[in-house]
Design a protein around this ligand. Structure first.
Ligand code: AMP
Ligand code: MG
Length: 405
């Protein structure tokens, strides 16, 4: 058995970032920039009003109430044609450009219309009140993002606002997903003796998509070496990585193992963790010469989930240009119930549910049975507690917890 961190190091060092590509800004949420973005325009592009109201000369409102003559109306998008002179005001809507002559906007709540021609101002305005300056969000020439930034939804909005429509960014990894096992039933038909329902494909599909990758879901491939080899070779021409479920441990029919040993450079790992001891990592050379990382997850559903989280997800993030937070954040939590375990030389990952208490700390308890096939208790968990080798932990003791959601 090797320590988890050794397996993680081996996997990470075997995965290189994909080549950045010129990308449409609208596809970039969650992706990593591969260039600095320098604004070429001011945002906003002109002085404009932050409120609906009346554009005025602040000096005219020094003594209130005061009645001003309304000489024009400006909607957002309109270009001003009339200036505000002494004793005058212009009705103006949020976002409309400031007209010549005016230096402040009085919000409509502080005004009252007087007939068709005048408005009564009931609150004095200081110069610049209600005005947003050109460039007050972003200045032309300013670096808005540096290379390596992970764009969130607001980030994509900023790219739109500065008209950076095409930028260099790391692509989403195209991840082929397949499950193996002749016992697996996917179509809802009645189970014969020995058969079970397939549960990993949809689960892993969701997890890979949530990592920010595109999923090529190949479904269940039968435990047949020739068929499996054909599938691997074909999909390697159109994917950046392969995730498999099942067939990587010590069984006689572990065909994934047999095939990959033949066509790829593989490391068959036994990690000192529970669940998810067996894990396979390798590289398959595609016909076009690209090296495709392969993550061979064990078939037991909980093992599949945990080894995806601890090994495949960080590596896929690295491939997509992430350099920070490759692993989920771990925080120190307090156990509200004891965790029993036996000494076996392994770290145990215990599925827990956690909530922040009034003491500001995360309090966790296990979600039920912890067998590697017991997915139902895993579905109730929002964290994985990392319980060190030994005889377990008492209630009140601290434990590091990876936050899953
Ligand atoms: P394997 O890793 O192929 O040796 O499978 C280990 C255990 O997980 C066996 O009990 C399998 O029946 C089960 N298993 C494998 N793949 C799946 C799957 N996709 N869905 C549910 N159970 C699975
Ligand atoms: Mg199997």
């Amino acid at each position: 058995m090797i320590p988890l961190f050794e397996a993680q190091d081996a996997v990470l060092s075997g995965c290189k970032p994909l080549a950045p590509e010129l990308s449409d800004f609208a596809t970039l949420a969650g992706r990593v920039l591969a260039q600095d973005v320098v604004a070429t325009e001011d945002v906003p592009p002109f002085h404009n009003t932050a409120v609906d109201g009346y554009a005025v000369r602040s000096i005219d409102t020094a003594t209130v109430p005061v009645e001003l003559r309304v000489v024009d109306t400006l909607a957002a998008g309109a270009a001003p044609t009339v200036a505000v002179g002494e004793g005058e005001a212009i009705r103006i809507m949020t976002g409309a450009p400031m007209p010549e002559g005016a230096d402040a906007v009085v919000m409509v709540e502080d005004t009252q219309r007087v007939g068709d021609t005048h408005v009564r101002i009931s609150r004095a305005a200081n110069a610049h009140d209600g005005v947003r300056d050109a460039g007050s969000d972003v200045h032309a020439g300013e670096t808005v993002f540096v290379s390596g930034t992970v764009l969130n939804a607001a980030g994509v909005g900023v790219l739109a606002s500065v008209n950076a429509r095409k930028v260099m960014a790391f692509p989403r990894a195209r991840v082929a997903l397949l499950s193996t096992g002749d016992e697996l039933v996917v179509d809802g038909s009645p189970l014969r003796i020995g058969q079970i329902r397939e549960s990993n494909l949809t689960m892993l599909h969701e997890m890979i998509a949530a990592t920010g990758c595109e999923v090529i879901n190949l479904g269940v491939v039968r435990d047949d070496e020739a068929e499996l080899e054909r599938v691997f070779r074909e999909v390697s021409t159109r994917c950046d990585a392969i995730v498999t479920s099942g067939g990587v441990s010590m069984g006689d029919f572990d065909v994934v193992k047999a095939v990959l040993s033949k066509i790829a450079t593989m490391q068959w790992m036994q990690m000192a963790i529970k669940p998810a001891k067996p894990f396979a990592f390798g590289q398959l050379q595609a016909e076009d010469g690209r090296v495709i990382p392969i993550f061979g997850l064990p078939g037991n559903p909980v093992s599949s989930l945990i080894s995806y989280e601890l090994l495949a997800r960080p590596a896929l993030r690295k491939m997509m240009g992430h350099t920070n937070n490759l692993l989920r954040p771990a925080i120190t939590a307090v156990l509200d119930a004891p965790v029993k375990r036996k000494q076996d030389g392994k770290i145990h990952f215990v599925r827990v549910f956690g909530e922040f208490g009034s003491d500001g700390r995360l309090h966790v308890r296990d979600t039920g049975p912890q067998g590697s096939h017991q997915l139902a208790s895993t579905a109730m968990a929002n964290g994985l507690a990392q319980v060190p080798d030994g005889n377990g932990l008492q209630a009140g003791e601290e434990v590091p917890v990876y936050l899953l959601g």
